[in-house]
Design a protein around this ligand. Structure first.
Ligand code: AMP
Ligand code: MG
Length: 305
């Protein structure tokens, strides 16, 4: 029952947590050097990411009002850009995933994203930033945590920039629904999947004017079968577009009233992404599961400390 506790005994968790501590420092230093401001995480809010896959709701009732546990800080990132040009946050997310996700090696119900957003940026700019950041992390970790990597028997190559890219359409046509898994297993370097169709994503990624139904967004995929590393894209920021996209999803506009009120006064164009820390640690350390990437893993469908 108390799943997390045995983890204290396992060497790989010990090394992974040490490497994770370095990774956070490298990311923070890298982004601050580029002019980013770190903002504090939002834990509860009347608005959170609707997500495009089924999960249970994490809710708190408070004096007759409802708060949601943060699933991602997407809306808060856009709002923060009214004050700052570049922001990042180590954002704890609660996603009460279905129990069938317990064996993927990639899902926890409590995890952390390094979530960032850049005012007036396009997708290309944040893709380049992600590539440079990943290369910097890998180089630094190889240099600083050589002993841990050796004990984990993990060798990682430094990928060359720019990473290859494939469109969702091409990937889906060639490999079907399992495209991500197949491509990730085949790959020796991280690569991008770009231009997702609307049905795959939430309402907030920007739809191309000249390619309706498709979004200016992207996923970074790790090689060796480790799967999705990050998701991101350009955002819808015009009120009429936001309302239209929410309605298309048959979602209830009233759920987003705080956000919509602010959008009425004007949001800025922006692009950004969120990269899962536990998945990054798993990839760098060559771990079987994200369960070994953190001291207190909460697995879907399980009851954990
Ligand atoms: P998303 O915006 O849903 O793609 O989430 C951003 C990133 O967070 C993903 O690319 C993953 O790296 C990570 N992530 C999402 N869901 C989970 C989960 N249930 N457990 C661990 N990491 C996750
Ligand atoms: Mg994603």
């Amino acid at each position: 029952m108390l799943q997390g506790i045995q983890k204290f005994l396992k060497d790989e968790v010990f090394h992974a947590v040490r490497i994770g501590s370095e990774i956070r420092k490298i990311m923070g230093d890298f982004l601050r050097k580029k002019g980013f401001v770190e903002i504090a995480p939002v834990i509860i809010s009347p608005i959170t990411d609707p997500l495009a896959h089924p999960i249970f709701n994490g809710e708190i009732s408070y004096y007759g009002n409802k708060y949601y546990l943060t699933r991602s800080m997407i809306f808060h990132k856009q709002i923060a850009l009214l004050s700052f040009e570049k922001i990042f946050c180590f954002s704890p997310n609660i996603r009460l995933e279905m129990a069938d996700k317990s064996q993927t090696g990639r899902h926890l119900i409590e995890f952390t994203q390094l979530d960032l957003e850049v005012r007036y940026a396009g997708r290309e700019e944040v893709m380049k930033l992600a590539e440079e950041m990943l290369v910097e992390i890998l180089k630094e970790i190889k240099m600083k945590c050589g002993d841990e990597l050796e004990l984990l028997e993990r060798e990682i190559a430094i990928p060359s920039i720019p990473f290859k890219r494939i469109s969702f359409e091409e990937a889906y046509e060639e490999y079907g629904a399992e495209y991500e898994e197949v491509l990730s297993k085949e790959a020796e370097q991280p690569f991008w999947i770009v231009d997702f169709p609307k049905w795959k994503r939430e309402f907030y990624d920007r739809e191309y004017e000249d390619k309706p139904g498709y979004l200016a967004d992207m996923d970074l995929i790790y090689p060796e079968g480790y799967g999705e590393a990050l998701s991101g894209g350009e955002r819808e920021y015009k009120l009429d577009r936001i309302l239209h996209r929410i309605e298309e999803k048959n979602d209830d506009i009233r759920k987003y009233s705080f956000y919509i009120e602010i959008a009425k006064h004007g949001l800025h164009p922006s692009a950004g992404f969120g990269i899962g820390i536990e998945r990054l640690i798993r990839y760098i350390c060559g771990l079987k599961s994200v369960e070994q990437a953190t001291l207190f893993p909460k697995l879907p469908g399980k009851y954990c400390i």
